[in-house]
Design a protein around this ligand. Structure first.
Ligand SMILES: Cc1cc2nc3c(=O)[nH]c(=O)nc-3n(C[C@H](O)[C@H](O)[C@H](O)COP(=O)(O)OP(=O)(O)OC[C@H]3O[C@@H](n4cnc5c(N)ncnc54)[C@H](O)[C@@H]3O)c2cc1C
Length: 472
């Protein structure tokens, strides 16, 4: 059996529930989502303070972060800079192996529009039986899916304020992400040539112009561009376009590379990563939090002062164990990574990142030798199988728009977006004073994570209501 060694956390912890009892019995906590406390939507970022240089707030308190994707690793980092002792628990063997593995790459405030609209619902219904549709609603019913869809529709009236709030959060996030990358010297194939949204017809463009008003209200500057300008901005792009919008301040980069390198930086700052450890039980009481984990037949228990749940599509289950209701649904998407293995392909592939709204496809150049193309949304459960009929539209999109790019070396991937029904991440405390969440970032986790990590760490450090002291 693979064995993950767990040792006492750190010298500055005082009591015996700060140690991990390897092989201790795992105590099961019941799953009771219906009676649970709903974790409230995140507060919207005021400008974030700089990365703390003197770690004072944490005073050695021990926090367990569940999840080593982009949200968990940025949260760990922010807590470390505030003086907390941090352990990250993850069920995969390495960080960033689930949704933060091969996404679209866009750091896109310009993609802040939430999907809650009757137009999305109608498209989902119309495309139900088309296997290559950009949005596919699986037919098999489940309570999880039905409750999520009902809440998705209930959030339609909040589409405008939620879009504005998301744009604001995305702008705060990018400053933070760049500051972290500078501070830790992280190269992540970052391209700062902006994101270009392209439209084939007037109706699509006019919808984008209406969305633009919301993005502008959130503080984002983007400008309309004509078909001629589109070709000047990205000469490699083929096709007939009606017009577009350019967001020069948006950028792209490799989420996996960033997350792995930030995890290394966290280790250098003293974080402990316990990989291969699936959390199967979680509870909190006045003395601390207790997490039971399993690797194969091997089990362990980790205790700490606080927990932050950053478990992507696994967050719903862990929240239920902790008495919270968090209706994250796995919205499946696909990507292909096109290896640009010859000079012709390298010259014929775009450098400016694109979003083709009608096809719901994005592209990002990840350095000279790779083009990432991603898209499609499937509401069909937790399956991660890679289906040829879902990959094909991405390959054909690449061939149509960039005909000289060779597509004989294409790596397909599928991932599950951890999406809340109102598409707003949950960032903040749960029912119990020792439990926090930073999860549910849906289609924008790469874009938003740096801001929400700082927000949740500030919330923990600020402890504004003295909740922790009362709980202790
Ligand atoms: C096709 C596609 C394209 C996308 N494109 C973009 C884009 O261009 N821009 C953008 O901003 N976003 C994009 N996204 C969304 C973005 O990738 C996600 O929002 C983000 O990666 C989610 O990060 P996370 O940390 O919440 O989840 P994850 O990266 O999945 O991390 C969660 C971690 O929790 C662990 N875990 C779960 N359950 C347990 C458990 N019980 N015990 C222990 N560990 C557990 C998992 O192993 C995992 O490592 C895209 C997503 C997809 C699928």
């Amino acid at each position: 059996m693979p064995h993950t060694p767990v040792d006492p956390i750190s010298a500055h912890h005082d009591s015996d529930h700060h140690v991990a009892d390897h092989h201790a019995s795992v105590h099961q906590v019941s799953d009771h989502p219906l009676s649970a406390h709903d974790v409230s939507p995140s507060p919207i970022a005021a400008p974030l303070a700089g990365i703390p240089q003197a770690a004072a707030d944490g005073a050695g308190r021990h926090v367990v972060v569940v999840g080593a994707g982009i949200t968990g690793v940025t949260t760990a980092y922010e807590l470390l800079t505030r003086g907390y002792a941090v352990t990250v628990l993850d069920r995969q063997r390495y960080p960033a192996m689930e949704t933060s593995f091969a996404n679209g790459g866009q750091l896109s405030a310009s993609n802040a529009e939430v999907w809650n609209s009757w137009a999305t619902v109608l498209k989902g219904l119309r495309w139900m039986f088309r296997s290559d549709a950009p949005l596919r609603l699986g037919l098999a019913p489940s309570w999880h899916k039905l409750s999520w869809l009902a809440e998705f529709m209930a959030a339609i009236p909040r589409r405008e304020p939620n879009t504005i709030a998301t744009a604001r959060l995305a702008i705060a996030a990018r400053e933070r992400l760049f500051a972290i990358a500078r501070q830790e010297g992280i190269d992540f194939s970052h391209e700062t040539r902006g994101i270009l949204h392209v439209y084939r017809d007037r109706a699509g463009w006019e919808h984008a112009a209406a969305v633009n008003r919301l993005l502008a209200a959130g503080g984002l500057a983007r400008r309309p561009v004509s078909a001629t300008e589109i070709h000047d901005i990205e000469p490699s792009l083929h096709g007939r376009w009606y017009g577009g919008f350019l967001t020069p301040s948006d950028s792209t980069g490799d989420i996996h590379m960033f997350t792995r390198r930030l995890a290394q930086a966290c280790r250098r700052r003293g974080a402990r990563f316990v990989q291969n450890a699936e959390v199967t039980a979680a509870s909190a009481d006045t003395r601390g939090v207790r997490l039971g984990w399993r690797t194969g037949d091997d089990v362990g228990v980790l205790t700490a002062d606080l927990v932050v749940v950053c478990a992507g599509v696994g967050s719903r289950r862990i929240a239920a164990m902790l008495g919270d209701r968090l209706n994250v649904y796995p919205v499946k998407g696909y990507s292909i990574t096109v290896e640009l293995h010859d000079d012709i392909s390298r010259r014929a592939a775009p450098w400016v990142s694109l979003l083709d709204d009608e096809a719901k496809v994005v592209s990002s150049r990840l350095g000279p030798d790779r083009l990432r193309v991603a898209g499609t949304a499937e509401i069909a459960g937790f399956g991660l199988d890679i289906r040829a009929d879902r990959v094909r539209p991405l390959v054909e999109w690449t061939q149509r728009l960039f005909p000289a790019v060779a597509t004989d070396r294409v790596i397909p991937w599928a991932g599950l977006r951890p999406m809340m029904p109102d598409m707003m991440p949950r960032v903040g405390p749960g029912r119990h004073a020792r439990v926090f969440y930073n999860t549910g970032h849906g289609h924008l986790g790469w874009t938003l994570a740096a801001a929400t990590a700082a927000l949740v760490a500030d919330r923990i450090a600020g402890d504004p209501a003295g909740r922790l002291d009362r709980a202790a």
